[in-house]
Design a protein around this ligand. Sequence first.
Ligand code: GLU
Length: 294
Amino acid sequence: MIRERFAPSPTGLLHLGHAYSALLTWDNATVNGGKFLLRIEDIDTPRCKPEFEQAIFQDLEWLGIKWEKPALRQSNRQEFYKKTIQRLWGDNKLFACTCTRKDIQIASAPQEGGTTILGPDGIVYPGTCHPSGVNSNNDPIPPNHALRLSMSNVLSNLSTSNTDRPIFTFAENGFGPRGETGEIAITAKDLQTNIGDIIIARKDIGISYHLAVVLDDAYQGITHITRGQDLFEATKIHVVLQKLLGLPTPIYHHHKLIRDENGNRLAKRYDAMAIRKYRADGASPQDIRKMVGL
Ligand code: GLU
């Protein structure tokens, strides 16, 4: 049976872009009698607020969406995340990083004629404090450090003499930002150049979006993921983590982003397009569907 999820972060009011994502996920899940699950992604505790969580519940209910209660909350899953981080650390897949944002900026300043490479999390980590060789993590995890995935350690376990050959793939039912669809190949070169040693555990909150989302999708038995095209590149990280942890890879459907009249992505602080604003102005859920092209 199809199991889909909608996974908002309670850091602001849901806007038309969320309405599109939630309704499309709901439609994709229920068209064949599947299940829709809700997950509150509240790992970034300083930015999450209970009133935004309540607003998410109310807005989704108003849109006609139903989910099994209570919704899964990431803030209740910290112990589980910690265990997985410990496991990856013990398997020598992580290293502790002491770099500041500034260190990374300086180290990746473009040389003459070059450009800084931007990955799913901003500047691709330039390797500033990556330990040389395959590190061996016999020591405990040092406190107050960010932990990064050592992409070279991950790739060294795979046969990657031809770095252009796909090492992993995932199925795309929608479209990536450049029209990518069908079977999407992930090459070692792509992972090294455009993804790099991404953060698995942030220094401030001890976890990252990428690891939490992969663990929770597996925990909730998610078979299909519908979400915005802005996360298409991040999916490559998620597939790597799924393979490392022996978890299944769901089928993905990345969708268009709803933009404002100037073509900009809607931000949560842009309350003018909040669902509840339209609701207060007398719009119906059907009107919202029409507005987003559903
Ligand atoms: N929590 C993420 C967001 O609000 C969505 C994550 C996902 O769908 O994988 O943008």
